[in-house]
Design a protein around this ligand. Structure first.
Ligand code: AMP
Length: 573
């Protein structure tokens, strides 16, 4: 496939506001692809060159791209800057200046390989090498191709293709329907690599997908926790449980493969460079290969206190990593082990996995197992919950001792219990900002008066609305958020957004906010959980608690299924 053909399809995807249509176009692209094109296409359409967990970045910012556009199309730099002010989109700027068509277009594989080479350029003079490589690639492209190449390079694709859309498109391309989705999804949960999955399906079919196993160095999608209203409900549903403190830090997956250690965040971003003390501790472990799951939290050795979430996340900044590692070192409370010395442990019962983790971590002060108490009594579980809350922790997580590690699943193998303020929901909800209203009076001065918020429907890969938010931010908070919102504004409703409301401005779904509400109520106006015979759900008295941009992608927001369960639970209370 030529890059120009892919670009034409990207244009078609950009033009549609229907998700079914998005799936259809993408499945046509897959059908027309050969095996070696599947990987590159899968990464490129998501604005990447490699799976999300591999830190391969092209490393050319807007300034250098302007320079490349100017050289490639022999336009004066000032003119390019001026045009870019008008268009407000470097992709369109490139499109305007590039020739409408070219006799020869590079293939998708070639364009991907050339971008990869640019990404890999390092050392002295690497910026010039990147710039030269990119300029010559741009010079080979027609207008539409140039637009998409620039957007890919900036990681700013406007298509909003989420992982479920890719999985659906692969299934449609092979079977003409969605029937392969469960097999594809299971393989995705174990490997987190959509390109690998596409290639495997084409080369080795469904059995090939089943044979894709957990591997050290490749993150699994994390197991997640369900909610139940109180300790009694937990014991009733799970029986004997293992209870652990719930730490308010950062989820971290620790991989050791021979001499190499890698760290991944909850959404599978590479965090290896940010936490050298965890890397050092993991490399000392007595195992050839291992995958651990845990919660990292900053610890102040002088006051012997754990540091709150916000300060732990500050550690992700690029500067001063070493200083931080010395002054406020991290500790990881490890609660699971999924792989050791070449063996996949995910199917072992939790109690066995935990014992293996304990044995592995005996000698480490930095990687410590989270204490586990076994109980089948609601009273004891209540005591543990209150005790942990009084020690400043978030609550507890109760785990079924005989459960496997189910990558990517949120189910009752793990249940979180947090402080329960009576009359309110006992947990916050993570919403995605989908649009905003400019506001009246004083709020209008801030630029934004209310936010349209949604949750995620993972079956449909859609964001559906659940609330309008107007409280919880200070005056300064509104000003700050407005600044961030403007960079995410899009002219039309994005294809994956399903809403009956039309806000003053639509947003690319990206910012996740943590919201507290009193209750979930049925609503004829919100699309969360709405179907032909059922009304949607809304939040009663919502208020913003925090903006969780550090560790959550929009797809990690609370799901419609969770909202429905929370609604059912509050009725039972
Ligand atoms: P939530 O993010 O509210 O859905 O809660 C689940 C999160 O709690 C997990 O993703 C972990 O980051 C965190 N967590 C803290 N302590 C534990 C623990 N002992 N077991 C499992 N998860 C934990």
């Amino acid at each position: 496939m030529k890059f120009v053909e892919l670009a034409a399809n990207l244009d078609r995807m950009e033009a549609t506001s229907s998700r079914n249509e998005l799936v259809r176009i993408l499945s046509d692209v897959y059908r027309a692809s050969s095996e070696d094109e599947l990987g590159p296409i899968t990464y490129l359409i998501q604005g990447r060159l490699a799976p999300f967990f591999e830190p391969v970045e092209i490393g050319l910012g807007p300034g250098l791209l302007l320079a490349a556009i100017s050289t490639a199309y022999a336009a004066k730099k000032e003119d390019v800057v001026k045009l870019n002010k008008q268009t407000g989109d470097l992709g369109i700027t490139a499109q305007r200046l590039a020739p409408a068509s070219k006799r020869k277009s590079p293939t998708v594989v070639e364009a991907h390989a050339r971008l990869y080479e640019i990404a890999k350029a390092g050392g002295a003079g690497s910026q010039q090498k990147k710039l030269d490589g990119f300029t010559s690639l741009l010079a080979d492209l027609d207008a539409t191709s140039a637009k998409h190449l620039v957007r890919i390079t900036l990681g700013k694709m406007r298509l909003g293709i989420g992982d479920p859309t890719v999985l659906d498109a692969l299934s449609f391309a092979k079977k003409g329907d969605r029937s392969l989705r469960p097999v594809l999804e299971a393989a995705y949960n174990r490997t987190s690599d959509l390109g690998l999955i596409a290639r495997t399906l084409w080369e080795r079919g469904e059995t090939g997908l089943d044979a894709l196993k957990v591997r050290a160095g490749h993150p699994l999608r994390p197991q997640l926790a369900e909610r139940l209203p109180n300790p009694e409900a937990v014991i009733k549903k799970l029986g004997t449980v293992g209870v652990q403190p719930k730490y308010d830090g950062l989820r971290v997956q620790i991989h050791k493969d021979g001499d190499q250690v890698k760290l991944f965040s909850r959404n599978l971003e590479s965090w290896t460079d940010a936490f050298p003390e965890l890397v050092a501790a993991a490399s000392k472990l007595k195992a050839k290969s291992v995958i651990l799951d845990g919660e990292a939290i900053a610890y102040n050795p002088e006051s012997e206190e754990y540091v709150p979430f916000q300060e732990t996340t500050a550690r992700r900044r690029k500067e001063g990593i070493q200083e931080f590692a010395e002054q406020v070192p991290l500790r990881a409370f490890v609660f699971d082990v999924m792989f050791r010395d070449g063996t996949d442990l995910t199917q072992l019962p939790y109690e066995r996995r935990f014992a293996i983790a304990q044995e592995l971590l005996q000698k480490s002060d930095t990687l410590v197992t989270a204490p586990l108490t076994k109980t089948d009594s609601a009273e004891e579980l209540t005591r543990e919950l209150l005790d942990n809350i009084s020690r400043g922790l978030e609550g507890v997580v109760a785990k079924r001792l005989d459960s496997p590690y189910q990558a990517g699943a949120r189910n009752f193998n793990w249940v979180k219990l947090k402080r329960n303020t009576s009359g309110q929901l006992n947990d916050t909800i993570d919403v995605v900002l989908l649009g905003y209203y400019r506001g009246k009076g004083k709020r209008a001065e801030f630029g934004a008066g209310a936010l349209l918020a949604g949750v995620y429907d993972s079956d449909k890969d859609e964001f559906v609305t659940i609330s309008k938010l107007g409280t919880g931010l200070s005056d300064q908070g509104w000003r700050d958020i407005h600044r961030r919102l403007t960079s995410l504004e899009v002219l039309e409703k994005p294809a994956r957004v399903n809403s009956l409301f039309v806000p003053d401005a639509w947003l690319k779904p990206e910012i996740v906010a943590e919201v507290l509400a009193d209750e979930i109520t049925p609503s004829p106006r919100h699309t969360a959980g709405m179907s032909a015979d059922r009304s949607g759900f809304a939040l009663r008295f919502p208020r913003i608690v925090s903006l969780r941009t550090a560790d959550k992608k929009p797809e990690d927001a609370t799901s419609v299924r969770e909202i429905r369960e929370m609604f059912d639970q509050q009725r039972r209370r």
